[in-house]
Design a protein around this ligand. Sequence first.
Ligand code: PMP
Length: 307
Amino acid sequence: MRELKIWMNGRLVPQAEAVLPVNSAAVFYATNVFEGIRAYWNPADEEVYGFRLKEHVTRLRESMKMMRFTVPYSDEDLYDALREVLRGNELREDIHMHLVAYVVGTGLDATTPTGLYINPRRRARVAPDRGLHCCVSSWLRTADNAIPIRLKCGANYQNGRLATLQAKADGYDGPILVNQRGTVAEGTGATFFMVRKGRLVTPPVTSDILESITRATLIEDLCPRVLGMDVIEREIARTELYVAEEAFFCGSGYEITPIVSIDRFPVGDGGVGPMTRRLLSAYMDLVRGVDKLHPEWRMPVYSAVAV
Ligand code: PMP
């Protein structure tokens, strides 16, 4: 398969040239903040659409603010760079991109040099038909006043890595993490939703979760429009997972991925639930621009239009 070029500090370069020094904070401490973004090929429009880039760039800026570093690019520069990496690689397929702002120096003062790269990757979908068998992890989600998950920093993902490797060693597809209070937080790289007593429920943004853009898409648009119901944002107790009628993860990477069992308790009848199925299909239509609502959420790559 053709190798994709990486956009690094203003230039598209072959992967072998996109390197960071081993003594940089970026490499040694994973001092970076990043976004995982998808772009979708729409064959009828002959166009690639980047999904909710404005929200991703806003969240990247929030992460940089909390980390007290910045990069020498405006939001417009970042949209241009995202378009350039897709155009420059002549991509006419679905693609996932990591947009990463990183620290080169020690990272312990606000004047440290920084950089930015965009790495386009072909990313497989996780079990949209089969669904995932999950466990509740004994690793707790890190707390907001320790290593906040609201801050999308590479180092945070070690928490998810510990939980994922444990879950896999124990024979599950992946973990659901609870927070220090013992209520449900999220998956390693995805937000958690469940259906209980016919209602859609997801943890609030104060439950040690990332403020997910897919979560917002479901709350603001898809759940009311497709299912005719508002999402309830409230704390979820662990045992509610065992009696949920449906459950799924969502995220830019995960899109909507059904969960079919939790700690070996089948979710509902153990298959992919009907509400999950409808949301999954509506989500794919929306992001790809088959559903033409919310054009402001899709940035065309080839027929350049300002976001
Ligand atoms: N939680 C975590 C920890 C994540 O890494 C992600 C993926 N970015 C999500 C939730 C889902 O967020 P989004 O919908 O913005 O991709």
